[in-house]
Design a protein around this ligand. Structure first.
Ligand SMILES: [Zn+2]
Ligand SMILES: [Zn+2]
Length: 233
């Protein structure tokens, strides 16, 4: 089934509190899209035209290859490779690639069908978040109870903010809570990383690490939106 963002229950997403809620939203959308592309979308010519043109990023290729049928992946690659090989190389074998060839290679490296769709959908979902924040005090409590909002998504939720979705006082409350979830969390990361470094001082031998033991991992997750990738060594 084609992902239908209007059925995504925003309050279910915010009922959980672990990590960043916009990362959870992103994760849910990318799971739905990668499943859709190697599944039902194989029969949707308009989607194939787009995926042949823009391709996928490493992350979303990985999800499709690891979760989707082998044949679907091979068919997607077959037509994508065919389109790209016609654009990426010079016509004459003794020529250097021209600007158009190089632009096609760059486009392949920096575009992704799934990322594009999610970027578009997230803005629609956020529009609902603002409306719910304005209208529903239970939702405001759920929003405030989040662990944190990662740095990238702090920029997203504040820059796409719609002031028509709530009155001025509620908007101030929205920014107070959002700043706390991001700046406040970043301050605790700073304190925890700092505390962690002091534990290497011999004078603190046997001392209490407090919340600092996983400060490195939590900092990477906050700064990059993703946990440390244990497969990268
Ligand atoms: Zn996030
Ligand atoms: Zn992607």
């Amino acid at each position: 089934m084609k992902p239908n963002i209007t059925t995504i229950p925003i309050s279910d997403l915010f009922a959980q509190t672990e990590g960043c809620p916009i990362c959870r939203m992103y994760r849910m959308l990318e799971e739905q899209y990668t499943e859709y592309i190697t599944g039902a979308a194989m029969m949707a010519p308009d989607v194939r035209v787009q995926t042949n043109k823009v391709g996928f990023c490493h992350r979303h290729f990985s999800m499709m290859v690891n979760n989707g049928p082998r044949l679907s992946n091979a068919l997607l690659l077959q037509t994508h490779i065919d389109e790209l090989r016609k654009k990426a190389f010079p016509k004459k074998e003794t020529d250097a690639p021209d600007k158009k060839n190089l632009a096609a290679i760059r486009e392949n490296a920096h575009t992704c069908y799934v990322c594009d769709r999610i970027e578009h959908d997230i803005l629609h979902l956020l529009a609902t978040v603002y409306v719910q924040f304005g209208a529903d005090s239970d939702f405001r409590r759920q929003y405030a109870a989040q662990d944190f909002i990662c740095l990238d998504h702090y920029a997203l939720v504040t820059s796409s903010f719609n002031k028509k979705a709530m009155d001025k006082q509620t908007a101030q409350e929205f920014f107070r809570v959002t700043n706390k979830l991001s700046k406040g969390y970043m301050d605790t990361l700073y304190d925890d990383v700092t505390h962690f470094t002091t534990m290497f001082d011999y004078r603190n031998a046997g001392g209490d690490y407090k919340n600092s033991k996983d400060a490195i991992e939590r900092s990477v997750r906050f700064l990059t939106s993703y946990p440390v990738d244990e497969n990268l060594k």
